[in-house]
Structures are given as C-alpha cells and as structure tokens.
Design a protein around this ligand. Structure first.
Ligand code: ADP
Ligand code: MG
Ligand code: ZN
Length: 622
C-alpha cells in the first residue's frame, strides 16, 4: 500500500508568488527590453551628431526636438529646445530632413498584454507542467497494485493506493476482538451475496476507538490490505480549511468518488477534528466551517445506500467529544474498541516488531512484556527500536535482553542522564527516597514486587526510580490495594523526613499520584462511607489523560477535598509506622544503593530478609 499525497498549499499562495514575480519583471526587466526606444540626450550631443551628419529626420516641437539617426537600425532621440539661432543653418548643413518623427510606441493594450497577461500565462503553464510531473512520479510508485492515482478535484486528499506489499491483519498483533469485527467487513466486501441472501446489511460506518498508539490507523491500513477494494484515506484535520465551505466541498467530493468506486472503503482518521460536538451557543461563527463540514458528512452518510458496498471507517482517541449525531444508527453505529494490549498482546507486539531487527535468540519477550505493563503498541514498537539503537551504540551485532530491559526504562522514564551530577548529599537523599518506596512496597501485602531501584538521573527529570512489576495482570484493584499503592507512593517522602528531618522537592510527582488515586477513591470508585456509590466526577477524554470534572455542589466538593487529605495522611502515617519499624534496613539498603546506584529486585530482597549476614559483609566492604 502506498500513500499518495498531493501538495497541500492553498492556491492563493501560488497566485501571490506569480504576482510578485510579475511585479519584479515589470519594474526591472521589461523596461530595458520592451521600453520605448526614445533616448534622452543633451543638446551638446545633438549638435555633435549634426556635425557628424548623423541625423536623419528632425521634428521640432515647442518644448522638445525629436530626431532619428542615420544608423542602419534607426534609433529615436529626444533633446530639449535651446535658444539657438544657428539651429536652422546647422540643420541645413548636416542635410537633415524636416519631417514627422513617428516613434513606434506600443499601444497601451499591447503593453498591458505583454507585461501582465503573457507572464501570467507563462508562469501558470510552467507551474502546471511541474505539478503534473510530480503527480506522475507519485503515481508511478503505486503502479502494479490495483489502484492508480486518483485526484479528488477540490479535495486534495491523500489516498492509499493498494499494492501487493500492503499491511495485513497478521502485522497487527493482539487486538483479536477488533480484528474479528473488521474481518466481517472485509468478508462482506468480498462476498456481499452471502449477506444479501440472509437479508443482513452491513453497518454503514464503524468507529475505531481507543487510546493513542494502540494501532487504530494500523488496523485501518490492514483492512485496506485485506479487502482488495479501493481505499480512500483522509485525516479529519485535512477537511479543516481556511475558507468557509471548502471542507464541506471536500466531503462532497470524497463521497462522490467513493460512490463511483464502490465497493470501497473510506477511512477518516482522527475524525474528532471535524466531528466534535456542535455547541449551539456559538454566535461568533468561529466554528462555522467545522460545523458545515460535519453537517455535510452527516448528510452524505445518510444519503448513500449501504448495500452498494461503501463502508466508512473512522478512528478517534476521544469518542466522548464526538457529536452524538455521528453515532446515531445508520451512521457510525458499530464501535470497535481498540484497547491497550494485555500481557499476551504486548508479547505478541514485541515479537512482531522484533522481526524487523537483529535480536539475540535468548531474549525472553515474556519478561519484557511484563516490565512494560501499560505500554501501548506504539511504545512497544519504540522499545524494540531503542534496543536496536542501543546495541549499535555499544558496538554489538544484535540486540540483547539487557538492551531491551534498558529500552523499556528509556521509553517509560527517559534516557539515563549521564552528565547530570548530583552532589553527594543529594544522591544520598535520592537513595533514601527510592529505598523508602521500595521498603513500603515490600512490607505490604498486595503490592507488586520491586524489580529494580536506581538513582541514575533520567532525562525526564526523575532523579531516581523504583520499578515494580506485577506478576499477573490486574484489572480490578481492591480498596486495600489502592491504599497500599498510596502508602508506597508516600514512602519516599516519609524516608526523607525520618532520616533528614526535612522535606525535598523530589516528591512532587509522588504527591500528584497520591492525590489522584485518593481522589478517584472518593469521587469515582465509591470507596468512602460518606458518599457511598455516588459519582462525584465525570471523566472526559478517558484515553487522553482523563480530565475529571467535579459534578457536585461546592459544599460537597469541600468535603471531598477534606476526605482526600484524610486518606493520604492516613496512608502516610501507615508508611511512617512501617518505616520506623524497619529503620535499620532503610539505612542499610540506602547505603548499598548509594554505592551501587542501581540494584535489582533480588539484591533488594536479599538484604531485606537476610539481616545479619549481609550487614556483616557490607560493614567489611564499606
Ligand atoms: P493509533 O492510530 O491508534 O494512534 P497507530 O496505528 O498509528 O496508532 O500505531 C502506531 C504504531 O504502533 C504502528 O505503526 C505500529 O508500528 C505500532 N503498533 C501499534 N499497535 C500495534 C499492534 N497491535 N501490533 C503491531 N504494531 C502496533
Ligand atoms: Mg492514528
Ligand atoms: Zn518518589
């Protein structure tokens, strides 16, 4: 599958350039070539020319003398009138003829034609030829597949032209549910009879919904690769134009084309760019254009016959921001969830992308997938690439398990920042902080085990970092588990306070996390006695960082705030208790981490649970 793009600069841009070029030519170039041929000379030169008998015809007017010379290619001259009583004698002597000097000046019409119209036509022609050349080149790439270059007239849309090397469903790992639903659409396009016989009709539109990077665009491309029908692809933002009405015209063009090419698939990526909720109170007319485009889309979707075999796919990260009219039956009535991959899915995605790089046979993708909990397909693809880059950097021929493990951290936490130098005191504080997290996590039940602690600063700004990896997959968290998580998050600051008797700014991210979790417990998970199962917040943009909006009175909001503070304080207290009970271990582990900078989960556990032996050997070493 090849993507064919036509340049997308507005026409006015080209006209402006043409106008500027013409103005330049008129000002500097044309006058010398086309300008009138009358040369202004002074009286002295005129007299010299007379003496040299180099004057042919003379016309004396009230304020100027026009004359021609005797050269083969006659030139026209002009000079002023002087008080010269000898002029008549001189003229006679030189043999000049009195006559009418007709200067062949261009008519104003010709002048206009030559200096404005001709260049315009010329430049336009050149431009068109160049553009055609570009189009031909692009079309040429797509040859061999069944499609060819298609232009949309007004809608310079981008079109996927099919070719044999297209993306197939097998290139999309995991997402079995989405693939199954899409397979049905592909099936319908191949064998419409089978569906007609039983009287089933396909949904006109299907909407791929899910967080960014989960493979929505990839799935749509795979549908194109599988379906063997023309595939029109355009991004929602490409409908948004500078001029009112252009977007709507593009939509009309798109559907006209689609109707002609049926059966076919139309894919509108990031449809939220045009499909946002229309808000009635918009008097400024600022969103007129978008609204018109959306209306046109709705009209077109209603207008065509589903049995003809035009199927419309769309993708979005923010389904809740879409206009409800788009989701009505007969439009995008099939919703295809494309979720973040689970453990198995992550492993499959890693394997698919690992095929593209040279990688050691020993690599255990299961372990990497477990480490990369919560990562999207795009992030996993990125991890594989990072691992390959790391291998190259270190002069290895293939990527290893270590490379992959490091790249998981790179994608999650940013690169190791080698140049950042922490003072000893700072390094010590960070060591205590991170061990604080790890210690609380380890001493509570229902906490994911610690797998790595490091105090090597990251480019993301983190000074240190404690990694916990869940053993299995977690879909539900109990109240106790969330509380334990909050306690773990507070552990860093608690350790700092206990040891250094002061707080540092290093805990800002922890504070944010703790607050978020506590707040969700109160407002969304119904985990407090005060409010029970009452929703106090709605979540917008669930895939895009989830902005929560309080939906309760100001009085209730105040109580919510109180409750949140209470929960966090309670967990912090719990963490402090655990920390005080294990203060010896805290010191021991922090010192060990301070020296090694990075320790594994096993090392951590060993020190934590084999007190005497490790302590002794540590003392000896230190
Ligand atoms: P979205 O459109 O959902 O934001 P994309 O389809 O653009 O995400 O995915 C970005 C990239 O991530 C893809 O090009 C692909 O390399 C990788 N990717 C995402 N999901 C998957 C998957 N399920 N299988 C294989 N690769 C994936
Ligand atoms: Mg996309
Ligand atoms: Zn922390």
């Amino acid at each position: 599958m090849k993507e064919v793009k036509t340049p997308k600069k507005p026409l006015i841009y080209y006209y402006m350039i043409i106008l500027l070029v013409i103005m330049f030519l008129n000002a500097f170039v044309f006058p010398t070539i086309l300008g009138t041929k009358v040369q202004d000379i002074d009286y002295g030169t005129f007299l010299t020319m007379l003496e040299e008998k180099n004057v042919k015809e003379v016309q004396i007017e009230d304020n100027q003398i026009l004359f021609t010379d005797n050269e083969e290619k006659t030139g026209y001259y002009r000079t002023g009138v002087m008080n010269d009583p000898d002029l008549v004698d001189r003229l006679e002597e030189s043999g000049a003829i009195y006559g009418k000097v007709v200067v062949e000046e261009m008519s104003p019409l010709m002048n206009f034609l030559i200096s404005w119209i001709l260049p315009t036509i010329f430049l336009y022609a050149v431009g068109t030829i160049i553009m055609k050349g570009i189009m031909k080149k692009m079309g040429g790439i797509g040859q061999g597949g069944m499609g060819s270059t298609m232009t949309f007239g007004k809608s310079n849309a981008k079109i996927y032209v099919q070719s044999s090397e297209g993306i197939k469903f097998k290139d999309v790992a995991g997402e079995d549910e989405a693939k199954e639903l899409l397979q049905e659409i592909v099936d319908f396009l191949h064998e419409p009879k089978k569906y007609e016989e039983i009287g089933a009709s396909m949904p006109k539109g299907a909407l791929l919904v899910g967080p960014p990077g989960t493979g929505k665009t990839l799935l749509a491309k795979a549908v194109a690769g599988e379906a063997n029908v023309p595939f029109f692809s355009i991004s929602g933002s490409e409908f948004v134009e500078m001029f009112v009405g252009m977007g709507a015209a593009k939509v009309r063009d798109l559907f006209k084309q689609a109707n002609e090419k049926a059966p076919c698939i139309v894919f509108i990526d990031e449809i939220d760019a045009i499909g946002k909720k229309r808000d009635g109170g918009n008097f400024g007319g600022g969103n007129d254009e978008r609204e018109q485009t959306l209306n046109q889309l709705l009209t077109e979707m209603d207008g065509f016959d589903g049995r003809k075999g035009v199927i419309i796919l769309a993708a979005t990260n923010r389904p809740e921001s879409l206009d409800p009219a788009l989701l009505r039956p007969g439009r995008f009535d099939r919703r295809i969830p494309v979720e973040l991959p689970d453990l198995q899915g992550r492993e499959d995605i890693l394997r698919v992308h690992a095929k593209k790089i040279r990688i050691s046979k020993e690599v255990d993708f299961g372990v990497i997938a477990r480490m990369a909990a919560g990562a999207s397909g795009a992030e996993l693809a990125n991890m594989i690439n990072e691992a390959a880059l790391r291998a190259v950097r270190d002069g290895r021929k293939q990527a290893t398990q270590r490379d992959l493990e490091e790249s998981v951290e790179v994608v999650i936490a940013g690169y190791q920042k080698k140049s950042r130098v922490l003072s000893d005191k700072e390094k010590m504080i960070v060591a205590y902080h991170e061990v604080g997290h790890a210690l609380i996590a380890a001493k509570q039940s229902h906490s994911a085990p610690v797998t790595k602690i490091t105090i090597i600063p990251r480019t993301s700004g983190a000074l240190g970092y404690t990694m916990q990896v869940d053993e299995g997959e977690h879909f539900l968290l109990s109240k106790e588990e969330i509380e334990n998580k909050i306690a773990t998050v507070t552990g860093g600051r608690v350790a700092e306070e206990l040891v250094f008797h002061s707080a540092s700014t290093g805990a800002s991210n922890d504070i944010e996390q703790a607050t978020k979790m506590a707040r969700a417990m109160v407002t969304r998970y119904g985990m407090t006695e005060e409010f029970g199962m009452v929703a106090l917040e709605t979540v917008q943009n669930q895939y895009m960082g989830a902005d929560a909006n309080l939906i309760c009175s100001a009085e209730t909001a105040a109580i919510v705030d109180q409750k949140v503070v209470e929960i966090v304080k309670q967990q912090q207290e719990k963490a402090r208790k655990i920390m005080t009970e294990n203060i010896g271990k805290l010191h021991e582990l922090a010192k060990y981490l301070y020296e090694k900078e990075t320790i594994t989960g096993e090392e951590f556990m060993k020190i934590l649970y084999e007190p005497a032996k490790i302590e002794g050997s540590f003392e000896k070493n230190g």
